[in-house]
Design a protein around this ligand. Structure first.
Ligand SMILES: *Cc1c(COP(=O)(O)O)cnc(C)c1O
Length: 385
């Protein structure tokens, strides 16, 4: 956990913010209901760039009932780190070996009868009952069984349950437009999910959890919460729908700060071009600063000449093209060695990851998930330290 002396570029992850956000989500989804839905913290893709294992530990400490990941490798890494709680893994390709996941008590997802057959084969070879969650496609047209295959998947799963090969622990689906609460797809998906649940109940399935909502569903569409909400981006302190409700309005604290040290400053004169292609040309004397991060560190090249950073609380724009390792910013008051903050919670006048997403024509999810490849990553706010 110790940081090296004077890191040039670092990603600082505040585990106190993670714990706060998990607690805040638990509070928000339990408002006004007797039987509060459980909360799954989604830690796929290295916890959206924040570091899977430290985030998972902080999330469990703050009361996360479930963890969720995409790949089997992610699930096994959590188990190897000592995590023993409820854990769902939802993505596998044909030919996948489910044996280590079943053996590690990981809930696996079945999207089709063919995939269920692979899970059954591995459960039998292991002599251990697999925990399986059936996924229904309510309208995202991504993973899950389409309506036409659902009755066959449910029937096969129920038969395998009766023979003791599996336990069907969950029935679930995923929303397409929950960041637009008024989008008609939300109601259509809810209706389709209710129909799928009714069919499964008629077939005799009685799962532990039925779940549909991601962060936006959990926060903006209470009727999608069912028994469990699968929250990712909100746990990291970012709004899934910044145009509808900001992180601040939701009471969430951004957990990631990306910062570094100014390598060099210099004075430009009118007519000096900056970075490859001279897409920015100074129209008068100005001071610029060299920042030691570029697209090799996950800084989008789309930030060229649009994004802003803060140095000593003073905002400056990225000038010209973002390079692989470096970028140049406008910096009227900076000196070499000053701390430059690209984005963070805003405490030092820096922009947010959501601001960067707007500047780069993407979503805050992509901005944070790209980080942490080459920068030094530091976790602060751990209860243990
Ligand atoms: C990534 C993912 C989530 C979390 O989504 P957020 O919008 O980050 O809350 C939930 N469910 C599934 C199936 C996912 O792939």
């Amino acid at each position: 956990m110790a940081s090296p002396p004077s890191p040039h570029a670092e990603v600082v992850v505040d585990l106190g913010a993670i714990r706060h956000n998990v607690a805040r989500l638990r509070e928000l989804v339990s408002e006004g209901v007797a039987d509060a839905p459980r909360v799954m913290v989604v830690v796929k893709a290295d916890a959206y760039g924040h570091g899977m294992l430290p985030v998972a530990r902080a999330a469990r400490a703050a009361g996360a009932d479930w963890l969720g990941v995409a790949t089997g490798a992610e699930a096994l890494a959590l188990r190897e780190s000592g995590d023993t709680g409820p854990l769902l893994c939802w993505l596998a390709a044909p030919g996948a070996d489910f044996t280590p996941l079943i053996d590690a008590d990981v809930d696996v997802a079945a999207y089709s009868v063919a995939q269920l057959d692979e899970i059954l084969r591995d459960a039998r070879s292991l002599g251990r009952r697999a925990r399986v969650q059936l996924k229904f496609d309510t309208g995202l047209s991504r993973g899950g069984a389409p309506r036409a295959e659902w009755p066959a998947l449910v029937a096969a799963a129920r038969a395998a349950e009766e023979s003791g090969t599996i336990r069907v622990t969950g029935l679930w689906s995923h929303l397409a437009c929950s960041d637009e609460p008024d989008h008609p797809a939300n109601k259509a998906q809810l209706t389709a999910f209710d129909d799928a649940l009714a069919l499964a109940a008629t077939a005799g399935l009685d799962p532990e959890v039925r779940h549909l909502a991601n962060s936006a569903g959990a926060l903006l569409l209470p009727e999608t919460r069912f028994d469990l909400v699968r929250t990712g981006i909100a746990v990291y302190g970012l709004s899934p729908a910044p145009d509808v409700r900001t992180a601040d309005q939701l009471g969430l604290e951004p957990a990631m700060t990306v910062r570094g040290s100014v390598v060099l400053t210099k004075e430009l004169a009118a007519g000096d071009g900056v970075s490859y292609g001279h897409t920015f040309v100074a129209d008068g004397p100005m001071r610029v600063a060299l920042v030691p991060m570029g697209y090799g560190d996950g800084i989008p090249r789309a930030a060229s000449s649009t994004a802003e950073v803060a140095i000593g609380g003073v905002r400056g724009r990225v000038l010209g093209r973002v390079c692989m390792d470096q970028l140049v910013v406008e910096a009227p008051t900076a000196a070499a060695g000053d701390r430059v903050v690209l984005f963070g919670p805003g405490a030092d006048g820096e922009p947010s990851a959501t601001d960067w997403a707007r500047w780069c024509d993407t979503i805050n999810y992509e901005i944070v998930t790209r980080m942490g490849g080459r920068q030094t990553r530091v976790w602060v706010g751990d209860e243990a330290t």
